[in-house]
Design a protein around this ligand. Structure first.
Ligand SMILES: [Ca+2]
Ligand SMILES: [Ca+2]
Length: 269
């Protein structure tokens, strides 16, 4: 009876010690050559907790805009913004606070957002202004939060019809991202539309969405707006009030997708 009692008492002790050793050796192995701080045996943080602690988060604000938005706009020491106009010419970065969702955009066009145009200054261009996020160090785990990407604002020709048939459905504003490495090669791209967002439209926003960009070795991200709904079937609409917009240099009253950049997060690679 006494022997049995000892066995029951000792077995759990042995297994506890074994598990404990096993955990410690795993922790030590993972931390070798990676991060001296994580060698701390009392540090029990998980991989995901460690990742989030290294994540840099930036929120758009007017204070970073210098030199009237011309040239590189430093968001922090490692990240700066530049802009291009529809025709590819150098543009100015602006901070838009006119509507509900505030964020960075490009000067000109309808708004201080990243504007897409089917037609611009008398030519069919099917092009967007570009807001470009430049990283001085390669990064990964990039997430962007856009604003004013308004749901249901646009029109899209029904399947099998064209815009000339005037038979349209509602479509969301939309955009796309392209990621480039330090050599200037595109490493990934994606669509900015509700269904590709992290959790859909954020509460209390006009049209704010977060997108996780599946890309590594990122040195540059180009953000562009696209035709309503992200497809050729999108049909531009027109608003006469746009003619009196002082900043509108499009030469027309076209309305189409546009959005701004509210926030950014990333991890150094
Ligand atoms: Ca604009
Ligand atoms: Ca919008």
């Amino acid at each position: 009876m006494k022997k049995m009692f000892l066995f029951v008492l000792v077995l759990p002790l042995i297994s506890t010690v074994y598990v404990s050793c096993s955990n410690e050796s795993t922790t030590t192995e993972m931390s070798v050559g990676e991060d001296d701080e994580s060698a701390d045996m009392e540090n029990d943080e998980t991989d995901s907790e460690r990742a989030s602690s290294d994540t840099v988060q930036l929120v758009a604000n007017a204070d970073i805009i210098k030199n009237n938005g011309e040239g590189e706009q430093l968001w922090n020491d490692d990240v700066f913004l530049t802009a291009k106009k529809i025709n590819g010419a150098t543009g100015k970065v602006v901070f838009e606070s006119r509507f509900r969702d505030d964020g960075f955009g490009v000067a000109g066009g309808r708004w201080q957002q990243i504007d897409y145009y089917y037609e611009y200054q008398g030519e069919v261009v099917k092009a967007s202004e570009q807001l470009i996020v430049n990283f001085r160090i390669p990064v990964t785990d990039v997430q962007v939060q856009v604003g004013q990407m308004d749901p249901g604002e646009g029109r899209q020709a029904k399947e099998g019809t064209t815009c000339d048939d005037n038979d349209t459905n509602r479509a969301d504003e939309s955009g796309q991202w392209k990621a480039y490495n330090a050599a200037g090669e595109m490493v990934a791209s994606g669509i900015l539309l509700d269904e590709y967002s992290v959790e859909g439209k954020l509460p209390d926003s006009m049209g704010s969405y977060r997108f996780q960009l599946d890309a590594k070795n990122v040195s540059k991200i180009v953000l562009e707006a696209t035709q309503w709904g992200g497809e050729e079937r999108g049909c531009p609409t027109y608003r006469s009030s746009y003619a009196s917009q002082a900043l509108n240099d499009s030469g027309n009253t076209e309305n189409n997708s546009e959005f701004n950049l509210m926030a950014l997060s990333y991890r150094a690679q």
